[in-house]
Design a protein around this ligand. Sequence first.
Ligand code: GDP
Length: 197
Amino acid sequence: MEIKTAEFVISNSEVSKCPNTNLPEYAFIGRSNVGKSSLINMLTGRKKLAKTSGKPGKTQLINHFLINKNWHLVDLPGYGYARVSKSTKKTFQKFITQYFEKRKQLVSAFVLVDIRHKPQPIDLEFMQWLGENMIPFSIIFTKADKLRPKAIENHINDYRTIMLEYWEEMPNYFITSSTKDMGKDELLNYIGDINKS
Ligand code: GDP
């Protein structure tokens, strides 16, 4: 699939205010600074569609973009743990969990992780949470230009080993680099094929 048009639709912090359409939706999420905005800009071929920033803790908003007038790309805020009062139980921010629990249009999530880092508990726990809630997702490894092919393979094997402790198989994944346009066709064709079926 080729992206011909990409338009910003709306930003908001409430799932109930997300666009009321039946268009299929794909959500991109990951920790702050993982390279999410750069990836969205690479996919859409637009340099500034999603705002890139090195600063963590930007305003937490759900951003909808209309792609080719027939599907939504959703830029979700970075996740973090929210501590429930009088409890040490860790949960993810409420509006993020509500988005995934309530948004019927969601077809699949993409969880971004920086390929340079060892599997981090918060990312693993978030994927675990998606699995428990039956939300389909793929992993997107970002910044692959920063590692040599052998190191990429080793880091993915680290993930595989740890994922197989919880999952029957390694989730679907993509290896990407926004500076090298790597993984773009694979990701867009994946979405295009689901939209066709
Ligand atoms: P976000 O906070 O997840 O939206 O991350 P950004 O897209 O703003 O990127 C965070 C930082 O990582 C910026 O300094 C980007 O230039 C850098 N970055 C993002 N993607 C890549 C990539 O594929 N390769 C390299 N080398 N740097 C990247």
